[in-house]
Design a protein around this ligand. Structure first.
Ligand SMILES: [Ca+2]
Ligand SMILES: [Ca+2]
Length: 205
């Protein structure tokens, strides 16, 4: 009698397991193929106190191991999105073609103060924006002078022969690394600045 009861219980467990396996197989078949991939999404903003959204004239590029994989223009809402990404670590960078502005004598003074360490006052993206000739060293008097010359209309950009080579573009961007997991969304906002506008005083238009 006891043996028959045990056998019946085993049979019931086996049926339940079989049903669960069947259910799992059905659900797997119903899920779209892209579901196993991840997404990166976020906004593009000017690096200033009120974090102004960049709603046009900017393109977000996705890199894997230094190679550009895809590009995406910012939407009118100031957002971007990359879908169907394999789990991995990606880099993101923004290029912008909006009007340049915001760099003046105040920025030049901040660059000089940083250069002579009285005190060092520029960090992260502001430090990158201070190196207007993109010489990749500590921003110095040459960068400060170039900012003054452009603000006063003596030069039209930060490219040679106006500055020493290599010369910098009108915009600089953060380049964050983003980890993507399967079945997940990674949120990453990216900040940009006009080159030379180290105090983020500009309102992009
Ligand atoms: Ca420089
Ligand atoms: Ca400024």
């Amino acid at each position: 009698m006891k043996q028959a009861k045990i056998s019946k219980t085993r049979s019931q467990r086996s049926s339940v397991m079989g049903f669960l396996l069947f259910l799992f197989a059905m659900l797997s078949a119903l899920l779209p193929a892209t579901a196993q991939f991840g997404t990166i999404k976020g906004s593009v903003r000017y690096y200033t106190e009120n974090q102004i959204l960049i709603r046009d004239s900017a393109v977000v590029t996705l890199y894997l191991d230094g190679l550009a994989l895809a590009s995406c223009p910012v939407s009118p809402a100031g957002s971007y999105e990359f879908n169907g990404l394999m789990a991995d670590t990606y880099d993101i960078h923004v290029s912008c073609t909006k009007y340049w502005g915001g760099a003046n004598s105040v920025d030049a003074l901040l660059v000089l103060k940083h250069f002579v360490n009285q005190p060092a006052c520029l960090f992260d993206l502001c430090l990158l924006a201070a190196d207007v000739n993109a010489s990749c060293g500590i921003p110095n008097a040459a960068d400060a002078l170039a900012i003054i010359r452009r603000f006063t209309g003596q030069i039209m950009n930060f490219m040679p022969p106006n500055v020493n080579p290599p010369g910098g573009s009108d915009w600089v961007s953060e380049r964050p690394s983003v980890i993507v997991y399967a079945f997940s969304v990674s949120y990453q906002n990216i900040h940009i600045l006009c080159t030379g506008d180290v105090n983020g005083s500009f309102t992009p238009f």
